[in-house]
Write a protein that binds this ligand. Structure first.
Ligand code: FAD
Length: 405
């Protein structure tokens, strides 16, 4: 894919229907979705993603993309290109704590060919950007940063001033600018949340084992240990642990880290691997107190950051995009002022409690597996064993996780 070094679009004007701050996976998806409605959209992004080259080492930041997200990416025109790049489909998900108490979910249980794909985050973003560049009514301004927002209440618009002094005026300001959202902070929308005691280390390994199609996770009192299949002889290991322990691990060289993995990952991991790259991340839970004001919405990590132990973060961000675009489309069809609170409230109503439920479910998992008390351990392993029985409830849970409900 060709990339121009500076993606400031010469066609850009100053009056927009929607200005999106943040051209990450969620912001770029929102830009295409709103652009497909015929709206005039600008995306402001601070950093240009590196162009794709199949020979590049795999990025450490990867995401499990659910079936629902795949469907959205197809509608946005990005999925076809994405599948020509590096990817790994998976059709099984297994989780356990004590040996013999394994729960497994398969695509066949819910009539699917696969449960999802693992992609590098950057490739998802690049494919969305490729689509944006094909759209005459969507301008991609990158690298650009915002210095100021100003509400023009009488005009029902918001002015956005960029670092180079240029000004954009918009009916709808969309904050898709990640966990530390400048849009959310400027709007005065508060957040509730906390930092988890655990951090996570993502480690890309080269495996002797052929391409794998099952992702697995073992719960330990220190935190889960997971394997995410990546294309070819590659996989991503996720090591959740106490923040100090992750800090120690991140100071090791590749050989030392491989030794630690061999000692602390389950036997299921084929020990014939080498470490390629790694990165560590602090884990936070944040939920904005609301998702909208007149002329303003937030979505994706700007609205919520979730414990990544079930790989749901960007998937719930994509659901936000899907719902926002559908609500705006309905409002345009009904002749409503789609940038105003009554319409944006419907987006919040459809997403807030769903996101809250997913965040809380992750916290229940996190809390109930983060201890070594024997009665609790037996209870939760009994529950995992029960959960392994194929039942309508199990299929319903799986469908929910895949975003199919
Ligand atoms: C360890 C870990 C593992 C994860 N694994 C998964 C997984 O398997 N599956 C999954 O679904 N999710 C996963 N997630 C979560 C997922 O990575 C995030 O939910 C997702 O990246 C959020 O996308 P976003 O576009 O909302 O925000 P971001 O990816 O943060 O993008 C925000 C963009 O806005 C830009 N920006 C910010 N401020 C400005 C500004 N002022 N001006 C211009 N541009 C700006 C940034 O440069 C960036 O490009 C994981 C997270 C972690 C920490």
């Amino acid at each position: 894919m060709q990339q121009t070094p500076d993606t400031q679009d010469t066609k850009h004007s100053t009056e927009y229907d929607a200005v999106i701050v943040g051209g990450g996976m969620v912001g770029a998806a929102a830009a295409i979705g709103l652009g497909q409605l015929g709206l005039h959209v600008a995306v402001i992004e601070a950093r240009e993603p590196q162009a794709y080259d199949p020979e590049q080492p795999l990025d450490v930041r990867v995401s499990a993309i659910s079936v629902a997200s795949e469907q959205l990416l197809s509608r946005l025109g990005a999925m076809e290109t994405l599948l020509t790049m590096r990817h790994a489909p998976y059709d099984g998900l297994e989780t356990w704590e004590m040996d013999g108490c394994l729960t497994s979910f398969t695509a066949a249980q819910v009539g699917q060919t696969h449960l999802g794909y693992f992609f590098e985050n950057r490739l998802i973003q690049l494919c969305l950007w490729q689509q944006i560049r094909l759209m005459d009514n969507v301008d991609l301004l990158c690298p650009r940063k915002v210095t100021q927002f100003q509400r023009q209440s009488a005009l029902q618009r918001i002015n956005v001033t960029l670092e180079d002094g240029s000004q954009l005026s918009t009916r709808l300001l969309v904050g898709a600018d990640g966990a530390n959202s400048q849009v959310r902070q400027w709007s005065g929308i508060g957040v509730t949340g906390w930092d988890y005691a655990q951090s996570a280390m993502l480690i890309n390994i080269h495996t002797q084992t052929e391409q794998q199609s099952v992702t697995w996770q073992q719960f330990t009192p220190a935190g889960p240990r997971s394997l995410l299949p990546l294309p070819g002889h590659h996989a991503s290991l996720v090591w959740y642990d106490d923040a100090n322990r992750i800090k120690q691990l991140s100071q090791l060289n590749k050989l030392q880290l491989a030794e630690q993995i061999k000692q602390h990952f389950p036997d299921r991991l084929d020990v014939n691997f080498s470490v390629e790259s790694s990165g560590s991340f602090t884990l936070t839970r944040r939920h904005a107190q609301r998702y909208y004001q007149d002329n303003l919405v937030i979505l994706g990590d700007a609205a919520h950051t979730i414990n990544p132990l079930a790989g749901q973060g960007v998937n719930i961000g994509f659901k936000d995009v899907d719902v926002l675009v559908a609500q705006v489309a309905n409002a345009i069809g009904n002749g409503e002022t789609w940038w105003q609170a009554p319409v944006l409230k419907r987006y919040q109503q459809a997403r807030y409690y769903d996101n809250q439920l997913m965040m809380t479910a992750m916290d229940v998992f996190y809390a109930s597996f983060s201890n070594d008390l024997l009665p609790l351990k037996l209870l939760r392993n009994g529950a995992l064993k029960l959960a392994n029985i194929d039942s309508p409830i199990k299929r319903k849970v799986l469908k929910y996780a895949l975003g199919l409900n």
